[in-house]
Ligand binder design. Structure first.
Ligand SMILES: [Zn+2]
Length: 335
């Protein structure tokens, strides 16, 4: 039986939610990942030192038997230097949402006024705190990410010492932007390496594949695969696994988000094997992130095996990607 071993997998963009949902989904990530960048878009958002510490405690309480490091993030607002100095030790990154662009982002940034943002972003540069960005405008849905490239350029040029992470990129435009500035990095999900908009709405509408940013065109998928399969050193895996209760997805007014945490590594093995690039997967799921963020996760060894695995229909009321379908890799053991 063919196997593949991954050491200290990291999920650099994860939604763990809160309360019962947190208790249900956190153990699924903690099982196979050494750590994850945990997104702060709760209601209300995570925007104080007390919020960060309390949320981290709730996450740790939800994963009592697994070693798992939640790398905490703060919801971006314009903060002053004293606040950032005080909170720096508690956070790994700060996440910026344009106002209203995705789930629970109403309190995000309304205008990208560099002078208003300067104190925050210069302090983050000095302290080495990366800025994670949901890069979409409020334009036409297929063009939102491409339109945001000018804002990435503005930020990258004005703050050359700030590490800026273009989160969950979905377009060739973002792929082309990556190497234009030394301080731009990117995360890529597993679902954006598998689907285009055709898979979401080309036939019967598939609510469990509906997410923000939406999947794009075949040429975008090819550009993303090009980066991921070569494990470009500025690119990391970030699942953007975003659980919603089944009734919020299978309803009029479907919530955005694809739930992939429990089978992300299996699907990545399938993709990388298909293109004969399994040797690059370790860099994509861990080594690049360790280098970019300067983090050193606790040891975890995940052995995957090439055998049929039927994806469960749901996990505590959350329907995963490919529910009920058979994929070609399974997790054999975790140590
Ligand atoms: Zn996200």
């Amino acid at each position: 039986m063919k196997t593949h071993t991954l050491l200290m997998p990291l999920d650099m963009h994860l939604h763990l939610r809160d309360a019962v949902m947190l208790e249900n989904v956190a153990p699924l990530s903690a099982y196979s990942f050494s750590g994850a960048i945990v997104m702060p878009n709760l209601v209300p958002p995570v925007e104080s030192k007390e919020d960060v510490i309390a949320y981290k405690e709730r996450i740790m309480a939800a994963v009592p038997n697994d070693y798992f490091e939640p790398y905490m993030t703060l919801f971006y607002k314009n903060y002053d230097k004293a606040f950032l100095l005080d909170i720096a030790d508690e956070i790994t990154a700060i996440k910026l949402y344009p106002a209203g662009i995705t789930t629970n982002s109403e309190g995000g940034v309304n205008s990208f006024d560099i002078e208003e943002m300067r104190e925050t972003l210069e302090t983050m540069s000095e302290l080495g705190i990366p800025l994670c960005v949901h890069g979409e405008t409020d334009g036409f849905v297929m063009d939102r990410e491409a339109e945001f490239m000018s804002i990435y350029e503005l930020l990258a040029k004005n703050f050359p010492n700030l590490k800026i992470i273009m989160e969950h990129i979905t377009t060739k435009a973002a792929v082309d932007m990556l190497d234009k500035y030394d301080n731009l990095y990117a995360t890529i999900t597993v679902h954006h390496l598998l689907i285009t908009l055709d898979d979401v709405v080309g036939g019967m509408m598939q609510p469990h594949l509906f997410c923000k940013p939406i999947a794009k065109r075949p040429e975008d998928l090819d550009a993303l695969l090009g980066l991921a399969l070569e494990a470009h050193p500025k690119v990391m895996f970030g699942s953007d696994s975003a659980p919603h209760p089944q009734h919020k997805k299978e309803s009029c007014g479907c919530a955005a988000g694809v739930f992939t945490a429990p089978m992300a590594l299996q699907l990545l093995c399938e993709i990388f094997e298909q293109f004969d690039k399994l040797d690059n997967l370790q860099a994509f799921v861990s080594d690049n992130a360790q280098n970019i963020y300067g983090i050193c996760p606790e040891f975890k060894e995940v052995i995957l095996e090439k055998r049929p695995f039927v994806v469960p229909e749901n996990y505590s009321g959350v329907v995963p990607m490919y529910a009920g379908e058979t994929i070609n890799w399974a997790i054999e053991s975790v140590e």
